[in-house]
Design a protein around this ligand. Sequence first.
Ligand code: PLP
Length: 433
Amino acid sequence: MEKNQIALSIDDLPTKWYNIAPDLPEPLPAPKEPESGPSRMEFLGKTMTHECLKQEKATERWTPIPEEIRSLYIQAGRPRPLYRAKRLEKHLRLRNVRLYYKREDLSPTGSHKVNTALAQAYYAAKEGKTTLVTETGAGQWGSALSYAATVMGLDCVVFWVRAVYNWKTDRRTLMKLMGAEVHSSPSKETNFGRSLLAKNSNHQGSLGIAVSEGLEYAETHDGSVYCLGSVLNHVLIHQSIIGLESIKQFELVDDSPDLIIGCLGGGSNFGGIALPFAGEVLQKKRKCEFLAAQSEAAPNLVKGEYRYDFGDVAEHTPLLKMFTLGHKTEMVPIKADGLRYHAAAPLISALRHHNLVKAIAYPANEKAIFEAARIFLQTEGWLIAPESSYAVRAGIDEALKAEKAGKEKVICMNISGHGFLDLQAYKEKLSME
Ligand SMILES: *Cc1c(COP(=O)(O)O)cnc(C)c1O
């Protein structure tokens, strides 16, 4: 019998999150206030939870995961399995290369984003808040936060970029079923939204506008907190659960990855799987390389500059030191919309700066990407998100390269999400062929 699924028991769910900050070769450059305008730190202090802001600055290596959050993780199906991709290996005729993948697609709303959404919802409830507020672009973050709010008995308000809101109707239904209030942004809920609608009643919106609306809403409604789904340090700390489980799973099969691959938009799923391994590399306990798979539509780690920039178009955040394309850069649309972000998380950017993370960008027509998704479905049998297909594409390419060179290699890919609510994108791509 083939045992391609490597499972952990519930009792093996990690009890602490990992923070790479103290293991970096140099301290992480601190956030900065811009030269003009109001204090961004004070603004975030008013709109985010105290615990997340505290974790943002944490210099401890380990944070105990509260028992309540561990229970929520178990309810949401954690620990998630690691798979050996034997069927894909056979299809690619690999003899020297072993492929593995981590299953973040087995999540209630279809992505790894639930890992931080649950933590943020728990802290908000503990601090007496009643409402979680956020923006969403592709819709995965809005769904994850709606889920976390409903299991914690909180309200959720989502501002969703109109251009996407209008066509991802199934994801909208999912959020509403979970009790969230979903607004097409720009909306009539905020001064900013109303001012834009007055000029153009059919404004298609943007992520920057949705962020601005969410922040205005959180600031002007008592009991509300603003939640962010990627980029920030506390998000990457929560996501470390992915890599910490994977370390235990590799131990169970007495194997060890030489290369870890994740897709990267802002860096939360890549950081989630990679950072616990990278920490051990920095502590000289293991050897492993890391590869971020990106789109040429948003190649922040490949073509960006390492400098201070805003996290959002509307300049509400402090300045963060990141590999960035510039916060006002326009990016062409792609189906893997979750990868369209102008900058990479400060923690990942620091590792890139020290040459510990490599990155590759695939053409924005996504032909090679959708082909990888199809191969994965037809061999391993799982329909993955367009975003995750970038990791699989890079995994296949790296495997073939190593095989050709006759090198033994163990590669692990992170499957950040499933593709069942992306069938519209798959349909369009298929009909274009
Ligand atoms: C949001 C999302 C991404 C990209 O965000 P990161 O923060 O870079 O992980 C990738 N895959 C899926 C399925 C997502 O929902």
